[in-house]
Write a protein that binds this ligand. Structure first.
Ligand code: AP5
Length: 218
C-alpha cells in the first residue's frame, strides 16, 4: 500500500498516520518529524531547516526531496509506505512520481483531510507534543492527566515553535498557495479521496480504512 496523506496543518495527518502505518505494517514517512529530529540534533540540515520551519515557511524542495528519496531507498519502504506531509507542492509531487517510477511502482491513493479553518487554528494553538515519544495531545479536547506530562510515556510536553498563532496563520496561507493545487493534480490522476477530518478520531480512522480497503467498515 503506497499512500499519501494530504491536508492543511492540523488536519490530523500525523495522528492518523501513526496508527494506520502500524496497522498496515508500512513505515510512516513524515517529513516534518524527520526535519524536527534534525533540528533537535542540531545537524547542518536541521540548522538550515529551522530557519524556515519556525516561521511556518516550506523548507526548500531539494532538501525535502532528498530526504524522501533516502527513505524510499530504505528496505522498509519496499512493501509500501505512508507519506505524511509530502508532497507539499507540485514540484515535490512530480519529483515523487519520478522517484516511484525509478522503483517501478506507483501511488495507490491520496487521502485528503477536510477540516474547517477555525478548527485547524483551534487544534494547532492548543496542541502539545511529547518530547520523548512524539504523541500529541490537546489542551482542551484531550488534555493530559498531569499537566505538562505525556499520558503515554511520562515524557515532557512542549508547544512546537510553529504552533503560535502568527506562525499558524502563515502556515495556512502557505498551504493555500502551495499545497492546495495538489488537489487538482491528484484528482486529475484519479487518486484523490477526500475524508471528513472532523469528528471523533476513531470515526476519521474508520473512514480512511473504508477508503483504503474499498469495503465496509470493520
Ligand atoms: P509538519 O510537521 O508536516 O506539519 P503540518 O503539515 O503543518 O502538519 P501538522 O503536524 O501541524 O498537523 P497534522 O495534520 O499532522 O495534525 P496532528 O495529527 O498533529 O511540517 C512542519 C514544518 O516542516 C512545515 O511548516 C515546513 O516548514 C516543514 N516541512 C515539512 N514537510 C515539508 C515539505 N514536504 N516541504 C517543505 N517543508 C516541509 O493534529 C493536530 C492536533 O489536532 C493535535 O493536537 C491532535 O491531537 C488534534 N486532533 C487530531 N485529530 C483530531 C480530531 N479528529 N478531533 C480533534 N482533535 C484532533
Amino acid at each position: 500500500m503506497r499512500v499519501v496523506f494530504l491536508g492543511p496543518p492540523g488536519a490530523g495527518k500525523g495522528t492518523q498516520a501513526r496508527g494506520l502505518a502500524a496497522e498496515l505494517g508500512v513505515p510512516q514517512i513524515a517529513t516534518g518529524d524527520i526535519l524536527r529530529e534534525a533540528v533537535a540534533k542540531q545537524t547542518r540540515l536541521g540548522l538550515e531547516a529551522k530557519r524556515y520551519m519556525d516561521r511556518g515557511a516550506l523548507v526548500p524542495d531539494e532538501v525535502v526531496i532528498g530526504l524522501v528519496a533516502e527513505q524510499l531507498d530504505h528496505g522498509t519502504a519496499q512493501n509500501g509506505f505512508l507519506l505524511d506531509g509530502f508532497p507539499r507542492n507540485v514540484a515535490q509531487a512530480e519529483a515523487l512520481e519520478a522517484l516511484l517510477d525509478d522503483h517501478g511502482v506507483a501511488l495507490d491513493r491520496v487521502i485528503f483531510f477536510e477540516v474547517s479553518e477555525a478548527e485547524l487554528v483551534r487544534r494547532l494553538t492548543g496542541r502539545r507534543v511529547c518530547r520523548r515519544c512524539g504523541a500529541t495531545s490537546h489542551l482542551v479536547s484531550s488534555p493530559p492527566t498531569v499537566a505538562g506530562t505525556c499520558d503515554r510515556c511520562g515524557g515532557e510536553l512542549y508547544q512546537r515553535e510553529d504552533d503560535g498563532e502568527a506562525a499558524v496563520r502563515h502556515r495556512l496561507r502557505v498551504y493555500e498557495r502551495e499545497t492546495a493545487p495538489l488537489l487538482d493534480y491528484y484528482r486529475g490522476r484519479g487518486l484523490l479521496t477526500p475524508v471528513k477530518g472532523e469528528g471523533p478520531m476513531e470515526a476519521v480512522a474508520e473512514s480512511i480504512w473504508v477508503t483504503l480497503e474499498g469495503k465496509e467498515a470493520r
